[in-house]
Ligand binder design. Structure first.
Ligand SMILES: *Cc1c(COP(=O)(O)O)cnc(C)c1O
Length: 461
């Protein structure tokens, strides 16, 4: 601690941090000595470089662990990479409302306590109720307004909905829909935690409406449909349609809930993906309650949304679990900004929607411009057709056509190259396929293209 270079570190980092770092460096050195890895010369070298080693340790310990990365995988909603990046308006709205006091739970006009969900429920109403009612068929236009509440994530939304609607009673689910989403969300387990009893019907590959019908007893509280977010069942299969389930639920006076998972608020057909039901489709078809994530296809912050019949949503709001699962003002701010973009039909303001709408040609042009900037002799770059995917439990078997940079470097394996790209600052995360590193610019922000080129230029085999 008294050597000159360590003393000067104390001046900038503070005594306690430096002591901590010095202890870590010494502990490592001791271990290397006892394991016999160091000869006399290397030991002298290590001792003379102590100041520098401590400084590196300090830098590492005092820098952020959570940091930005460049997503060149082409997976738009990558759960490992934070799912949906937020748009500028969302960031600005978080900044202005959280760096100050706000009217989070305050009714400014009346001067009394307000509800935190007022800020977004008005926008959900605009986006959902208006659209649902404007196109609703004569048969179900007697339905009440649609209400929406926000909880921490979709797992919490499913838990709250099941606990409110079916605690102590039975919930009927098809055996083909007992899904596990990454990170230990399993329908049977969430069901148990909610206090509801799972009543499985049908088989893995085929479930008919009569299977649901026969399972209904006086203990039945809910019919549940779960979106097969990350897998498909193909071959000899059958799944009841939403229309059949709605008809049965109405006839027996039992609510129907759909766990949509990804839950788009826009028409996915506009980006060439069909067969994926959106939130509006489900509500229009008469599903009573839908649950979906805020940071999947919606393109906002992590949240769980519950939309549907006002009476049922009202019961969830009065459940004490709702208080335990509520979200912070940061989330409301980001969600409000994201929803406003939908209400204004400004889809380009939502980064993930912008990425989905990029054409293969536009991505190809950027790939060519980037390839021209790479003038390293041992680096070989080709531009080839590829496929981007939505990720985040949406349309598991659909993809968007794209153009990717396929990179090989003489003297480096694809895995080594991809590790080098991850080691650059900011880290570039790529896909490895058939011995090549693939970079899909669909998920790279255009202003990051230069950083990707710089990362590649810095690769020396
Ligand atoms: C993603 C998903 C969930 C979990 O949502 P989180 O927001 O990650 O908690 C639940 N159900 C389905 C069908 C999903 O796709």
């Amino acid at each position: 601690m008294r050597t000159a270079d360590v003393l000067s570190l104390s001046a900038s980092y503070g005594h306690d941090c430096v002591v901590d770092a010095a202890r870590s460096v010494l502990a490592r050195l001791r271990q290397e000595i006892t394991s016999g890895l160091l000869d006399e010369n290397s030991l002298q070298l290590a001792l003379s470089g102590m100041g520098l080693a401590i400084e590196n340790e300090l830098r590492h310990a005092l820098s952020y662990s959570l940091r930005p990365v460049i997503n060149a995988t082409g997976v738009i909603l990558h759960t490992n990479l934070g799912r949906a990046p937020l748009g500028d308006a969302a960031i600005e709205h978080i900044r202005e409302t959280t760096a100050n006091y706000s009217n989070l739970e305050f009714d400014i006009t009346a001067g009394v306590r307000g509800k935190r969900d007022a800020h977004v429920s008005r926008l959900f109403e605009k986006r959902l109720s208006n659209e649902v009612f404007s196109t609703q068929s004569q048969t179900n236009n007697t339905r009440a307004e649609i209400a929406t509440i926000v909880v921490n994530n979709n797992a919490a939304a499913v838990l709250l909905a099941l606990n409110t609607l079916a605690d102590g009673g039975e919930v009927i689910v098809s055996r083909g829909e007992l899904v596990e989403i990454g990170g230990s969300f399993r329908i049977p387990d969430v069901m148990t935690k909610s206090g509801a009893i799972l009543r499985e019907v049908g088989t893995t590959n085929r479930t008919r409406i009569s299977d649901y019908e026969h399972a209904i007893t006086e203990r039945t509280r809910l019919l549940l449909r779960v979106h097969r977010s990350n897998f498909e069942i193909t071959g000899f299969t059958e799944q009841s349609s939403i229309a059949e389930l709605v008809a049965l639920a109405r006839e027996r006076g039992i609510p129907l809930m759909e766990d949509l998972g990804s839950g788009a608020l826009f028409d996915l057909r506009s980006v060439g993906i069909s067969g994926e039901p959106g939130v509006l489709d489900s509500l229009r078809n008469g599903v009573d309650i839908v649950t979906y994530s805020g940071d999947k296809l919606l393109g906002g912050p992590q949240a769980g949304l519950i939309s549907g019949r006002t009476d049922l949503v009202g019961r969830m709001r009065s459940n004490s679990l709702f208080r335990a699962l509520r979200v912070d003002k940061l989330v409301y701010a980001a969600l409000e900004a994201t929803l406003l973009a939908y209400v204004r039909s400004d889809h380009d303001a939502i980064p993930t929607l912008r990425m989905m709408r990029l054409t293969k040609e536009a991505i190809g042009k950027r790939a060519e411009a980037l390839a021209e900037r790479i003038v390293a002799p041992k680096v070989k770059v080709e531009i080839v057709d590829g496929e981007s995917v939505l990720g985040g439990g949406a349309a598991p078997s659909s993809s968007l056509p794209t153009r990717v940079l396929a990179i090989t470097v003489e003297g480096l394996s694809a895995d080594e190259l991809s590790a080098r790209m991850r080691a650059s600052d900011p880290p570039v995360i790529a896909r490895v396929e058939e011995g090549r590193v693939l970079l899909d610019l669909r998920t790279v922000f255009p202003e990051q293209d230069a950083a990707v080129a710089a990362a590649l230029a810095g690769i020396v085999p």
